[in-house]
Design a protein around this ligand. Structure first.
Ligand code: ADP
Length: 378
């Protein structure tokens, strides 16, 4: 060996030992063939918390979390490195005091000429900072995903509500074009105006949600007379009931009572329940609609003798996208009742469904707290 080569080598090995002793970023750890720590250099003490004296002789597995150790990942790293490849790994490592850090590292085997491993060398760098950034990004991503899902639900329900308004609109238009009666014409015009203004509100909601200004429909409450709200909803469905050859009966107490509600949202809830009863009751069936006062609440009831709901389905009937025991080709998305539940909850009320079983009809009851007037209501 020439003197210049040997001086280059000795200065190179000097640099290596200088680097091993001074690097504050990288832990450099040597292991024997059995996985016992035989060299502890660089930032090893700073990263793992063991002094050199403490670390030498320990099994390399102590640097891994107990879960990883149980999975045998420490030995797997060695097996991969022994096979001639370097084993690269990003994982949680455990310090002497039990705390964890995210280490990015690699393990390489140094082999003798006969192929046996003389030593393993592991280099680890603390990348907890990167892991924290990754976690933040993942959290952001999952928050974004949730927001998208929530918005999709709102879009679907708004689309469903818009579609619900079409029935009364079509009926009113048909009446106006077919019946030459000024009174009926005036009544139909009233339906058209109301449904158009309901559409306007829903379309405003839609554009607000698209612009991310709000994520849930707003509720603007005012005193609403229960009898009037019910009459409005029932009258707008009379045309459909007639076309379906169903009997639609409205029963309300003579004394007016009032709830605090958003008139449009209340109509939405009633129309959803009513249109379901019309949809799920065959020709010749009956739909009874009533309002009563029970324990400080106004109770709207929609009762039909239609296809009913099985006991399996009943507990889930208000969940989004839930459809009962009906052919999957039947129109509908399973949105309407979820919307009713959301809206009634926003009003401080509740909704429940009952059915003696499939083929035996259903009853839906919507409860809203009575308006406090200081005096007493019915
Ligand atoms: P959609 O009617 O669009 O499927 P809904 O959320 O309004 O969605 O209703 C969910 C399910 O509840 C329906 O698919 C139907 O099976 C059942 N359902 C709702 N109302 C009635 C009713 N009056 N009679 C029988 N089943 C009903």
């Amino acid at each position: 060996m020439s003197s210049s080569t040997s001086s280059t080598q000795s200065s190179a090995s000097g640099w290596v030992s200088y680097l091993l002793s001074t690097t504050s970023e990288h832990a450099v750890i040597f292991l024997n063939d059995a996985g016992v720590i035989v060299g502890w250099f660089g930032a090893a003490e700073r990263l793992f918390g063991y002094t050199e004296t403490e670390a030498l002789g320990l099994d390399f597995g102590v640097l891994f979390g107990s879960d990883d150790r149980q999975l045998g990942l420490d030995r797997q790293e060695m097996a991969v490195a022994k096979d001639g490849q370097r084993s690269e790994d990003d994982r949680w490592h455990v310090r002497k005091d039990g705390s964890r850090f995210w280490g990015s590292g690699l393990l390489e085997s140094v082999k003798q000429p006969d192929g046996t491993v003389s030593v393993f060398c592991k280099v680890v760098r603390d990348r907890t900072d990167i892991r924290a950034q990754l976690d933040t990004l993942q959290n952001r991503l999952s928050a974004q995903r949730n927001e998208n899902e929530r918005r999709t639900r709102i879009f679907v329900s708004l689309g469903h509500e818009l579609r619900n308004l079409l029935g009364p609109l079509q009926n009113a238009t048909m009446l106006m074009s077919e019946v030459d009666d000024p009174k009926l014409r005036e009544k139909s015009l009233g339906v058209l105006r109301r449904q158009l203004s309901a559409m306007e509100t829903l379309l405003n909601d839609l554009s607000l949600v698209s612009a991310a200004e709000v994520s849930v429909p707003r509720v603007k409450t005012e005193p609403v007379v229960v009898q009037e709200a019910l009459e409005l909803a029932v009258n707008s469905m009379r045309g459909t009931a007639k076309a379906n050859r169903q009997e639609l009966i409205l029963t309300v107490p003579p004394v007016a009572f009032t709830v605090d509600a958003d008139p449009l949202r209340l109509q939405q809830m009633l129309l959803n329940l009513l249109s379901n009863s019309l949809k799920y009751t065959p020709a010749g069936g009956h739909i009874n609609v009533s309002a009563t006062v029970e324990s400080g609440h106004a109770v709207f009831r929609v009762t039909d003798d239609g296809i009913g709901i099985s006991s399996d389905c009943l507990p889930h009937i208000f969940e989004l996208f839930t459809r009962g025991d009906i052919p999957s080709t039947a129109p509908g998305l399973g949105v309407g009742l979820a919307v009713v539940k959301e809206l009634v909850t926003m009003h401080g009320g509740s909704v429940e469904a009952r059915s003696p079983g499939a083929g035996k009809g259903s009853v839906f009851a919507l409860r809203l707290p009575l308006r406090h007037t200081g005096g007493s209501q019915v």
